[in-house]
Design a protein around this ligand. Sequence first.
Ligand SMILES: Cc1cc2nc3c(=O)[nH]c(=O)nc-3n(C[C@H](O)[C@H](O)[C@H](O)COP(=O)(O)OP(=O)(O)OC[C@H]3O[C@@H](n4cnc5c(N)ncnc54)[C@H](O)[C@@H]3O)c2cc1C
Length: 410
Amino acid sequence: MYDAIIVGARCAGSPTAMLLARKGYKVLLLDRGTFPSDMPFSNHYVHQTGSARLKRWGLLDKLAATGCPPITTNHWNYGAFTLTGSPPPADGDVTEAYAPRRKALDPVLVAGAVADGVELREGFSVQEVLFENDTVVGIRGRQKNGANVTERARITIGADGMFSLVARSVKAPEYSSKPPLEGSWYSYWSGVKMKGWHLWLRPRRVIFAYNTNDNLALIGVAFAAKDLPRVRINMEHHHQQVIDEIAPDLAADMKKGRRESRFVGGAIPGYVRKPYGPGWALVGDAGYQKDPCTASGITDAFTSAELLAEAIDEGFSGRQPLEEALAAYEQRRNQSELPYYEMTSQLATLEPPPPETKQLLAALAENPEQRSRFFGVVAHTVPVTEFFAPENVRQIMARAQQQAVATAVS
Ligand SMILES: Cc1cc2nc3c(=O)[nH]c(=O)nc-3n(C[C@H](O)[C@H](O)[C@H](O)COP(=O)(O)OP(=O)(O)OC[C@H]3O[C@@H](n4cnc5c(N)ncnc54)[C@H](O)[C@@H]3O)c2cc1C
């Protein structure tokens, strides 16, 4: 009998397991995959907030040791101007984001959990969630050697991603669901060096690029989901056409470099799920998934892992009834994440921004301090609601007006 069984051992599952083990709990961590292994379909930008979590857990140096270069500067090109700068640091001093390949990041997380005493079973496919009187009591699954096994725990945690078997089995209520809003296709390139997190943002199309492990750059193109059938006809041609048109300098660099992987891509829906119930909890994409345009699923998985581990400890230690502690987990997740989710969903439409947003972005080009805070919104170091508060926006616009008057007079 375990305290916790966790299904899924990547960005949500391994940190949750590790944090629970550090609090003295007996944890079984299961994944049908084996490590190291890549994800078939995911980019991998980790914001400064995510790096700060890794640092707190003692894993950031291990990630850096994989050879993944740190990223400290954003270059977001809107056509008429480019916003360049860095978000405010996370946890006071973490200025680096990273974009590690999942085959580099996930093994660091898994090893961290195992080092703290978590029992890991790879190649273990969970096939059924077990109930007793509507309470989840464990799982049944198939081990690597083909044996069918039953394991029981006080809590069973679904960290099993967007197709979560645990979420489906417990019929986790879903709210704020969104259809796929944009699609993206990407591949890895050698001989192309990026200077930071690059975006070229245009109506209905966005190019994204950054450096990752193995001296490679990830280069991708996103487009409105409704264009998917047209784009799919010749993905490679569409990719190159958009880059040639919008980012000719990048296109020139790519001609000197070499594509090292096939194109991968698609489109995903958004949802928020109730993340707990009798004997079960959800973390990471199993509980909350948003469009990848803000590149935040991994960072959010880390944050949720901390919140969930704290809540379970509150409950198991008897400091608070478990159900209350898990309800607080949902509330804390939603408080910080729902505004971010709505912002992400709005950005993911790739519709041209309304005139007032265009004016705000243009004003940021001349306002380094607020530009940094704007980047901080996406990096989770500045709350969405704080930056977009009417008073803050009014101050930014007023300063832009003063600057325009000063320029006209001089
Ligand atoms: C196109 C795209 C681009 C993205 N770009 C970014 C980005 O740049 N930055 C970012 O932060 N996020 C990005 N994301 C999101 C990110 O990939 C996810 O948020 C993140 O992987 C969620 O981690 P997780 O641990 O919750 O789930 P996953 O990483 O999906 O891991 C789930 C694990 O559960 C295991 N599992 C599932 N079912 C079972 C079962 N029945 N039995 C045993 N094991 C099981 C799987 O094998 C897997 O290892 C992107 C996503 C997409 C689709």
